[in-house]
Structures are given as structure tokens and as C-alpha cells.
Design a protein around this ligand. Structure first.
Ligand code: UDP
Length: 493
């Protein structure tokens, strides 16, 4: 009977770590609500989290990913291993080749799906969801704030009224009395009419517009007003269910094939254990951020000049051999005991949760931003592109939990490769100043650190029973159950 009916959620994460990781956490959260959960992905992506998935009460189905057929290197099944930006289109096309096998699977799987939550890169899920008469929700991996900014700029076209790259405009249609200003070079490439990816952006936009609702990794107390405004502006249901990184004590274990971190998780904890509370800076630019060689060196010198201890995740970019030589040579020698360099995958959520960490220099990817906030760690914001400049505004201007390093422009803008400072690199003094303002003795830093702690507390409450995110997940499951009941009635007269 309907009373005992268990809805079947199908999750199809977009294959980029910033989308994949939170969706695995969402799968875990859903599984706590007496529903059946299946994640559909590719073998390479399950491999990387194999240590975790055996312990998740979630079914995994893999479909082989046609890397070679799409002109990608063998084994390239995630955007973080696409060798160059020029191959991004190939990756998107490869994902399109999943359409038929995936549709076949959804038609034949048992029990039949009750709801499809699709990642950002699968706009074509729309038609199969219609055919099966199940709600299709999207998970874009962004904040309500940046989703709302995107939506409003698309409607009002405010950015088109400015002519010079340095001219600021006010973000239109935001709730509250915040007057938030941006410049054109800080916008996602989506807004660049001349971008050669415009056709893809339009497809993705159509996919979002046709969805039945939006699942967001955020929580109501963090973005008050923004979730409601987003729901009103898009005429869609919005469920904030995060921070999903708090879904379990047990952190997701992501291995990086062929690129094992030099530092084990145990060594990392041991190093942090030896440091005073809230003294260490953690520095990372996410799973895909690559700085220019010159910028890496300047950042290193900046960190050194703060005279604080730091954990720095360095990912190989251009001239990585030269950079590595510099790092492994004089730099590590000079900073021995004071710095922990991680080449490869860092256990980020664990690091941010350690009491020794007192500040996070971040590229403001939404997951990283939220993981910092959830851990009560204040941020030094250094956006590189995509939605990250929006997140910086939220963190610095709205929430007051961070200090900006002063990056002027997205590095997707075609200026000096790997630069975010309007054609120049972010200088070491800028790094020192931002870190000092955030972690030093001044009043501003004290206030921002305090607010970060408060949001960390609120984040934990949101996920607990009775908290806003917990409640939203219950409502989401109810919404799907309701739809199941209605469909069954239709089918059985
Ligand atoms: N991440 C990690 N270790 C790394 C790099 C990234 O654990 O060395 C995780 C990070 O915790 C976050 C995700 O990968 O969950 C990155 O997502 P985000 O939105 O911050 O940035 P993106 O990589 O999408 O730019």
C-alpha cells in the first residue's frame, strides 16, 4: 500500500568534484530518510571513492564513459582530469553520449524511479523524466545568492550598461539593503556573449528552466531571503539541504588515481595537532584551480611573510616542474616546520575541521566556501572565475566572515593566464594584508572570526533533527512521495 511505499531517488552527479562530492553527501543524507537511493555515474568516478561507498547505504550503478570516442584521454571521466580547457567541449559531448544508455537504464530499473536529481550537465534528462512522469530536480552546486545573481542579471542585463572593465554596477534585484557592486570582468563567462561555449550555456540554461525544482547545498540561516527570492524569481521550489559536508562524522575519502598526495591523512593530523588553536592558515584553490607559475611563487612568498604556519595545497599548473623545483628547494627548507605542502588531493573537510586551523585562503568555489563556514573558519577570498566572485561578495559584504585579497578579474577573461588581478599577479603584500586583517589582533578580524564561529554553530544546527536543512529534506521526500501517490492513482484509475 501507499503507506509502506518507499520512493526511489536517482541521483546523477555531474562529473566534476565540486558537483560529485556534494551529491554523494546528498545521497547519504537521503538514505537517512527511509528512501531508496541510487547514484548513477561512471566506473572511474566510483573508483575514486571506493573506500567510502562500500559503507554507504546507497546503490551505485555505473555506465561506461566514452572518453576515447569523444577525443579525451583514456580514463578521463571527470572534469578535473581534462588536460586543457579546449577539451571541455569534448567532455560535455562525451556526457551527451550517456543519454541513451542512461534512458534505457531509467526505463528498466527496478523499483522504478520516483525522482531524478540531475547534475548541472544533463539538461536532456528533462524528456525521460516527462516520459516516466517523475519530478526532475537540478543540483547546480551553487549558492542561492549566486543563482539569484545569475537569474537577475539575465533578466535586467545591468552589466550591459557599463562600458569599461573597471566600471562597477550594482547587482540588481537582491533582497535586503545590501548594495553590492561588481565589475564585468568578475562575471562568469556565461555572460560573455563572445564565449565559444554560448551554445552549451544555453542548453544548460534550458535544462535549469525546465526543472521541477532546485536542490541547493546551503542553509536558510546563511542565506536568509536569498532562497525565497530565488524561488520567487524562478517560480520553482528551492530546497536548501546543507551544508552537506556535515552529513556524517566520516568524511568522504577521495583518492586521486596516479597522483597520491605526498602527505597522508594521519601525518596531516599529527602536524596540525602540534600547532596552537586557530593559528594555521589553510590555502587551497579547489579541484580545478591552477595559478600561473609566477603567481604560485608570489603566493608562497606572501604566506612566508605572514610569519604564520600554513597548510598549502599546490596543484600542478603551467611550468609545474620549475615551480616544484623552487618549492622543494629553498622554499620548503626556509619554512621547515612552519609549512605543510600537499601536492595532490587534500583531506579538506578534515583539515578545516581541525581546531588548529584559523583561516582559509580560498578560491571561493561554493563547496569550499561552505565547508569553511560550516567549520567556523573565517575566509580570505581569492576568486578565480565562474560563480566565485559572487560567493566572495556573499562572504565579505553580506555575511561578514571574510576579507578579500583583492582579485580584480576572472582569469577566464583571457588576460595573463592564471592571473586574477586585472593582468597583474596578486602581490605578496596583498596576501599578507588580507591574512593580517582576518587573523591579526585588529577589531575587524575579531568581528569576522566571531561571525564565522556563529555561522559554524548555525550550520551544525541546520543539519540536526528539527533544523532547517533537515526539515527541508523531509519536505523534499514528502513532495516526491506525494507525486508517487498521484501517479499511482492515475495509473490504476
Ligand atoms: N577538495 C578536496 N581536496 C582537494 C581539493 C578539493 O577535498 O585537494 C574538495 C573540496 O573540499 C570541495 C571540492 O573538492 O568539496 C571542490 O569544490 P569547490 O566548489 O570548492 O571548487 P571546484 O573544485 O569546483 O572549483
Amino acid at each position: 500500500s501507499d503507506h509502506h511505499h518507499q520512493p526511489h531517488f536517482i541521483l546523477i552527479p555531474w562529473m566534476a568534484q565540486g558537483h560529485f562530492i556534494p551529491m554523494i553527501d546528498i545521497a547519504r543524507l537521503l538514505s537517512l530518510h527511509h528512501v531508496m537511493v541510487t547514484v548513477i555515474t561512471t566506473p572511474g568516478n566510483t573508483d575514486r571513492i571506493s573506500a567510502t561507498i562500500s559503507r554507504l547505504p546507497v546503490r551505485f550503478t555505473t555506465l561506461s564513459f566514452p572518453s576515447a570516442a569523444a577525443g579525451l584521454p583514456d580514463g578521463c571521466e571527470n572534469l578535473d582530469s581534462v588536460p586543457s580547457r579546449d577539451l571541455a567541449r569534448n567532455f560535455y559531448n562525451a556526457a551527451k553520449l550517456l543519454r541513451h544508455p542512461l534512458e534505457h537504464h531509467l526505463r528498466t530499473t527496478s523499483p522504478p524511479p520516483s525522482c531524478i536529481i540531475g547534475g548541472v550537465g544533463f539538461p536532456w534528462l528533462h524528456s525521460i523524466a516527462k516520459e516516466l512522469d517523475v519530478p526532475r530536480l537540478v543540483f547546480q552546486g551553487f549558492s542561492c545568492f549566486s543563482l539569484l545573481c545569475n537569474h537577475n542579471l539575465n533578466s535586467y542585463k545591468t552589466h550591459e550598461t557599463v562600458s569599461s572593465p573597471s566600471e562597477t554596477f550594482v547587482l540588481p534585484g537582491l533582497p535586503g539593503d545590501h548594495c553590492i557592486q561588481m565589475t564585468k570582468p568578475q562575471l562568469p563567462r556565461f555572460f560573455d556573449k563572445s564565449s565559444k561555449f554560448q551554445d552549451i550555456y544555453r542548453e544548460l540554461q534550458d535544462g535549469e528552466n525546465s526543472a521541477d525544482g532546485i536542490v541547493v547545498n546551503s542553509f536558510e540561516e546563511l542565506e536568509p531571503g536569498y532562497a525565497e527570492s530565488l524561488a520567487m524569481a524562478t517560480c520553482k521550489k528551492v530546497w536548501t539541504v546543507g551544508p552537506v559536508s556535515l552529513s556524517s562524522e566520516e568524511k568522504l575519502d577521495v583518492a586521486e588515481r596516479g597522483n597520491k598526495a605526498y602527505v597522508s591523512e594521519e601525518d596531516c593530523v599529527q602536524w596540525l595537532d602540534s600547532k596552537p588553536t586557530a593559528s594555521v592558515i589553510y590555502v587551497s584553490f579547489g579541484s580545478m584551480g591552477r595559478l600561473a607559475a609566477e603567481q604560485v611563487v608570489e603566493l608562497g612568498l606572501g604566506l612566508e611573510a605572514t610569519k604564520r604556519d600554513f597548510v598549502w595545497v599546490v596543484r600542478g599548473g603551467e611550468k609545474s616542474a620549475e615551480v616544484e623545483e623552487w618549492l622543494a628547494g629553498e622554499f620548503e627548507e626556509r619554512n621547515e616546520g612552519r609549512c605543510l605542502l600537499i601536492r595532490g588531493w587534500a583531506p579538506q573537510v578534515m583539515i578545516l575541521g581541525h581546531r588548529a586551523v584559523g583561516g582559509f585562503v580560498t578560491h571561493c568555489g561554493w563547496n569550499s566556501t561552505l565547508e569553511g563556514v560550516a567549520a567556523g573558519v573565517p575566509l580570505v577570498t581569492w576568486p578565480l572565475g565562474a560563480d566565485q566572485f559572487f560567493n566572495e561578495k556573499l562572504v565579505v559584504d553580506v555575511l561578514g566572515v571574510g576579507v578579500s585579497v583583492g582579485a580584480k578579474a576572472s582569469m577566464e577573461g583571457g588576460e595573463m593566464k592564471g592571473s586574477t588581478n586585472g593582468g597583474e599577479i596578486v602581490r605578496r603584500e596583498m596576501v599578507v594584508e588580507a591574512v593580517e586583517r582576518l587573523m591579526g589582533v585588529g577589531e575587524e578580524g575579531r568581528r569576522r572570526r566571531e561571525r564565522a564561529m556563529e555561522f559554524g554553530e548555525k550550520a551544525r544546527r541546520a543539519l540536526k533533527k528539527g533544523g532547517s536543512s533537515h526539515l527541508n529534506l523531509v519536505l523534499l521526500v514528502d513532495f516526491v512521495l506525494d507525486h508517487d501517490v498521484k501517479r499511482n492513482k492515475k495509473m490504476h484509475g
